[in-house]
Design a protein around this ligand. Structure first.
Ligand code: ADP
Length: 193
């Protein structure tokens, strides 16, 4: 059983991923895999360095500088995704082998529907939070300003479109205890308990 977990920036998908792990899932974080796919001297790194030489500093990728470029430019974003996604999918398939037999596998994928990753999973779960809450949480978490959060939000699928496509939705508009209860209910639902 493969579950794709998604949600916009600041929606609470990392928080839900931690809960799903607690409930017994094997969690694969594709953001971490994307960083791995662009580690120095990998094919991903070389392709990115070729495309955007200005984001290489001291032989490493300046991820913040790269983020600034791709969040402001849809074509650049699609190019970066095209470079990284085959590597991310390969690394994710490798990770899956570490799951116990029968253990639900959760792929945390910020752009689940946009990249077609939803076709690789059996069920999709969307974490949804009101825009004001998302902005406040990301400003507090990452120290970027509201404008920076809005730029990142604009680069993602309209949450209403994601709502229409998800198999299950976790509303994250209350306190962490409520989130836990809702996540548990959805986890049981999508894993067929
Ligand atoms: P995402 O991974 O979707 O960007 P996170 O799970 O990191 O979002 O959540 C963003 C921030 O908001 C984190 O610091 C997280 O601890 C906090 N957070 C998430 N849900 C809640 C909630 N229901 N109440 C209070 N803080 C929350």
């Amino acid at each position: 059983m493969r579950i794709g977990l998604t949600g916009g920036i600041g929606s609470g998908k990392s928080a839900v991923a931690k809960l799903f792990e607690e409930f017994g899932a094997f969690v694969i974080d594709t953001d971490a895999l994307a960083a791995e796919a662009a580690a120095p001297n990998t094919d991903g790194f070389l392709a990115i360095a070729h495309e955007w030489p200005e984001v290489v500093r001291y032989g490493m990728l300046d991820r913040a500088a790269l983020a600034e470029i791709v969040f402001a430019d849809r074509v650049a974003r699609e190019r970066l995704n095209a470079i990284l996604h085959p590597h991310v999918r390969r690394l994710a398939a490798e990770r899956e082998r570490l799951a116990r037999p029968g253990q639900p596998i959760v792929h945390v994928v910020p752009l689940l529907f946009e990249t077609g990753y939803d076709r690789l999973v059996d069920r999709s779960v969307l974490v949804f939070a009101p825009e004001a809450a998302r902005i406040a949480r990301v400003v507090a978490r990452d120290g970027i300003d509201e404008q920076g959060v809005r730029a990142r939000m604009a680069a993602q699928l309209d949450p209403e479109q994601a709502r229409a496509r998800a198999d299950a939705i976790i509303e994250n508009d209350a306190d962490p205890a409520t989130l836990r209860a809702r996540a548990h209910q959805v986890y049981d639902q999508v894993t067929g308990v």
